[in-house]
Ligand binder design. Structure first.
Ligand code: UDP
Length: 322
């Protein structure tokens, strides 16, 4: 039975990865300092093959016994989080990646870095392929995340080339699904609660900026294939179906059956204008492409949000008023 460490294991992506790895027969250790992650995300995973360790990976990481795989997913990842936690974001991307790579070298484990489409910044090439070096503002507010991940990629390649560590780098594009933290500042977990409460949907700028949203189950499948591959260069994993944020807001309103209106707020600094993954490499090298449509993925995500106590209360009080 392979033994696998997931840093950031109590986060949105980390918890989905833990669940998938357990299903694939791994023994899983989730490590998290619970800064943005939560125990609620992993409560349902309790079993003999699963262990949680509360630890900040910017400090020396100790895990007894063998480890076969390390998936390094610890980091604030929503723009609101990393704007509020700029130093923690830089530290986990830099010091945390160093500690996790050191552990991989010591345990002779395969290491997978969660990188991001943010390494392409506000891109001048469209769609973004892995050859593109990006257009990043190092001193802007998003620089703390973008540059930390760029450094993390450089460090990962250095451990591969210098110490022969078996490393992989996934560049993750916008992903959504159950267990996103409501109102974490990202578009989908902001729009869905707004629509369910009948509050205005807050679109930033004129809503003409584009993103391409991947359902979490597709992403996890792509990451697992990359983990099991012999590909060391970065690989984009994301859904190439591109849409404007205004279109996304309209789709959320339609699928929730909400009466919410759309209102416009100022565009955050350095908000990328366009984003779409070129997934040619993932298709060719991993035989992977996303399967879940935006409509199906959003429906599953909306259903999950409806199960949260705060939205059940909304429904109950509305019913009582009627
Ligand atoms: N966005 C928005 N309203 C919100 C939250 C986000 O219009 O309440 C926009 C945001 O400015 C960006 C897009 O939605 O253009 C996607 O934002 P998200 O934070 O989900 O991801 P990222 O900017 O990292 O791609």
């Amino acid at each position: 039975m392979p033994r696998t460490l997931v840093t950031g294991g109590a986060g949105f992506l980390g918890s989905h990865l833990c669940e998938y790895l357990l299903k694939k027969g791994h023994e899983v250790i989730a490590m998290d300092n619970l800064l943005t992650g939560t125990i609620t995300n992993i409560e349902h995973l309790q079993c003999e093959q699963f262990k949680f360790i509360k630890h900040d990976v910017t400090e020396y990481i100790y895990v007894g016994g063998p480890i076969d795989y390390i998936l390094h997913f610890a980091s604030p990842a929503s723009p609101m989080d990393y704007l509020q936690l700029p130093i923690q974001t830089l530290k986990v991307g830099a010091l945390g990646t160093h500690k996790a790579l050191g552990l991989a070298k010591e345990k002779k484990a395969t290491f997978l870095l969660a990188s991001t489409s943010e390494v392409y910044g506000d891109p001048l090439v469209h769609p973004q392929n892995e050859e593109y070096w990006g257009h990043v503002n190092p001193v802007g507010p998003r620089g703390v995340y973008d540059e930390a991940k760029r450094f993390a990629e450089a460090l990962t390649m250095a451990y591969h080339r210098t110490h022969g560590v078996d490393t992989k780098i996934v560049r993750i594009f916008n992903t959504y699904g159950p267990r996103m933290r409501p109102n974490d500042g990202r578009a989908i977990p902001t729009f869905i609660p707004q629509a369910l409460r009948g509050e205005p949907i807050t679109v930033f700028g004129d809503g003409s900026q584009t993103r391409s949203f991947c359902f979490v189950d597709d992403l996890v499948e792509g990451i697992y294939r990359l983990l099991m591959s012999d590909v060391h260069d970065p690989v984009n994993i994301g859904n190439p179906t591109e849409m404007t944020i205004k279109e996304l807001a309209e789709e959320v309103v339609r699928l929730t059956g909400s009466r919410s209106e759309i209102i416009y707020k100022p565009l955050p600094v350095d908000d990328p204008k366009i984003r779409q993954p070129d997934i040619t490499r993932a298709k060719k090298l991993l035989g992977w492409e996303p399967k879940v449509s935006l409509q199906d993925g959003l429906k599953k995500t909306i259903d999950w949000f409806r199960t949260l106590p705060e939205f059940q209360k909304v429904t109950a009080s509305e019913v009582m008023e009627e």
